[in-house]
Design a binder for this molecule. Structure first.
Ligand code: PBG
Length: 331
């Protein structure tokens, strides 16, 4: 019998590098910072409105008079960007307020840029919050979305946002050709400098539930499966990313984030040189908030772990409702 057991002990010891906080910091591969975050804002008409969104504790619908203070708070937390969603005064078949000079989002952009000129203002470009039927495109009499007719409207919306001072436009409707249509429209109107962040890979997910309450954007009938991706697919995600990169997208986005970390990783592998955003969506936020409110999870720890996992998967930027709280915890 061999009395020298040490010969069979491991020589490679991973735990050596985990022994102290400083050693762990030295070998840490992923870092989270407020600069990674994009904070979503919901804006509506009215005065002095700060209306809580029931399914998203801590998030509010804001009227325009609230935006200056909001912009200052966000900048003071070193968060570089917001994405703006608007709730219009009235909805119609086309969504006229969507591209009106004095539309809710156009006015919000001006106020945010006035309050904090260096805050990057991103705008969501879609029809669903503005149309009375709640769909992401114009409909034919049979109720089907008209792809190419919708592209003309999306370009108009993007141009009106750029004219109001938006830094980046983010088409979210999953229409084929939307990036190209918007790029051509922006360029033709002198906005060659306005980047496009495309919601290139957006799934038909049940995790958008709370957002639809927040933005009042649920389809009145049917669903979004004719344009948003089937949750089972990842090869198709790469085809979507290919299409948007070839049309000139400056950023790609994968949405949602958590149930799609594999998709984030695959898209980043394919386009390591294209900035990639991931949308940590409303339902993902609601889950952690609910568990934390019940005392079932430690909120700070799970939120930071979650956000870190999205970066580790390959995202460069995270759209998240946790942005302000996480930024506070990180500083
Ligand atoms: C569509 C849009 C949606 C979200 C962002 N943009 C809703 C949808 O596609 O149904 C969802 C975001 C979230 O759930 O946090 N304009």
């Amino acid at each position: 019998m061999n009395s020298d057991h040490s010969a069979s002990y491991p020589t490679k010891r991973h735990r050596r590098l985990r022994r102290t906080p400083s050693l762990r910091r030295m070998v840490r591969e992923t870092h989270l910072s407020p600069a990674d975050f994009i904070y979503p804002l919901f804006v509506q008409h009215g005065q002095n409105v700060r209306r809580p969104i029931a399914s998203m504790p801590g998030q509010f619908r804001l009227s325009l008079d609230q935006l200056s203070a909001e912009a200052k708070e966000i900048m003071s937390l070193s968060i570089p960007a917001v994405i703006v969603f608007g709730i219009p005064a009235e909805k119609d078949a086309v969504g006229l307020e969507n591209f009106a000079d004095d539309g809710i989002v156009q006015r919000a952009i001006r106020l945010l840029k006035e309050a904090e000129p260096d805050l990057a203002v991103i705008t969501d470009v879609c029809l669903c919050e503005y149309t009375d039927h709640g769909h992401c495109g114009l409909l034919n009499p049979a109720g089907e979305i008209l792809n190419d007719e919708t592209l003309d409207i999306l370009a108009k919306v993007a141009i009106s946002h750029a004219r109001a001072g938006a830094d980046i436009v983010a088409p979210s409707g999953m229409m084929d050709g939307m990036v190209q249509a918007i790029r051509l429209g922006l360029d033709a109107h002198g906005f060659q400098q306005a980047p496009i962040m495309s919601y290139a890979v957006k799934y038909a997910s049940a995790f958008y539930g709370p957002f639809r309450e927040a933005a009042d954007g649920a389809p009145k009938s049917g669903d979004r499966r004719s344009h948003q991706m089937d949750t089972a697919n990842v090869q198709e995600a790469l085809r979507e990313a290919d299409a948007d990169v070839s049309q000139g997208a400056d950023f790609l986005m994968v949405k949602p984030a958590l149930a799609y970390l594999d998709v984030i990783a695959r898209v980043k592998d394919r386009y390591p040189h294209v900035p990639l955003a991931a949308y940590n969506v409303s339902g993902e936020y609601a889950m952690l908030k609910a568990a934390a409110a019940n005392g079932w999870l430690n909120e700070q720890e799970v939120v930071l772990e979650t956000l870190l996992s999205i970066k580790r998967a390959g995202a460069d930027l995270i759209l998240t409702y946790h942005a302000k709280e996480a930024a506070r915890w990180l500083t």
